[in-house]
Design a protein around this ligand. Structure first.
Ligand code: IPE
Ligand code: MG
Length: 222
């Protein structure tokens, strides 16, 4: 969900207004995804690297994230959304840790769509954590397979992403689901996240529908 800062700057507003517009966009896109039949949506809300931003921006983002969880979770629950979290909860403010675990519990019976919120998430840190857990469990080396590693990630039990959309034009993965994204189709659009709406989502899905996924093999026609 990139481009909040640029969206605000283009309007002569402080960056946090962009973050607010971006946060408000989430529930719309969740609904659009559910309408299009998507079963799992992951949003990259805050990376482990985002702590390096200026203090007032980090504080503002944390307040906004807390507000968004408080406001959106009851509504999402009513709409059949199951919340999921990927990332290190322990470094987040305790109020937010509680709100997130409550949200996971509240929505665990829902199955219309899973909204996985990557919050204080980093892909490399996730892999390190998985390997540490595997070692702690005393797993024999020959049992350490790709499936075993996948089963120790935050996304254990979720399918790998088919499509990764990056808004605001950057052409990099920025430590997002780096293990899970091995065969994901990548789509980058210059549209800034607060402006990314249902029609932009449809464009991304149409582009995806025209990709030929080969998973390292030959095209199906050969
Ligand atoms: C992404 O928007 C939102 C978060 C990282 C939380 P940015 O803040 O990165 O927006 P730009 O890149 O400055 O436009
Ligand atoms: Mg950015």
């Amino acid at each position: 969900m990139d481009g909040n800062g640029r969206w605000a700057r283009a309007r002569g507003l402080p960056r946090l207004f962009g973050h607010r517009a971006g946060a408000e966009n989430i529930h719309r896109i969740v609904e659009d995804c559910a309408d299009f039949g998507i079963k799992v949506l992951t949003v990259y809300a805050f990376s482990t690297e985002n702590w390096g931003r200026p203090r007032d921006e980090v504080d503002g983002l944390m307040r906004l994230l807390q507000e968004t969880v408080d406001k959106e979770v009851p509504q999402m629950n009513e709409k059949g959304v199951r919340l999921w979290h990927s990332g290190d909860l322990s470094r987040l403010p305790t109020g937010m840790q509680q709100a997130i675990s409550d949200a996971l519990e509240l929505t665990k019976g829902n199955d219309r769509i899973i909204l996985n919120v990557a919050l204080n998430y980093g892909g490399r840190a996730e892999i390190v954590r998985a390997i540490r857990e595997i070692i702690r469990e005393g797993m024999p080396a020959e049992d350490v397979t790709e499936e075993a590693i996948s089963a120790h990630l935050y996304t254990a039990g979720l399918p790998d992403p088919d499509l990764i959309i990056r808004t605001a034009g950057e052409m990099r993965l920025s430590n997002f689901l780096i293990w899970q994204a091995a065969y994901a189709e990548y789509y980058s659009t210059p549209v800034l996240w607060p402006d990314f709406d249902r029609s932009e989502l449809k464009k991304a899905l149409d582009a995806y529908a025209h990709r030929e996924r080969k998973f390292g093999r030959l095209p199906s026609s050969d």
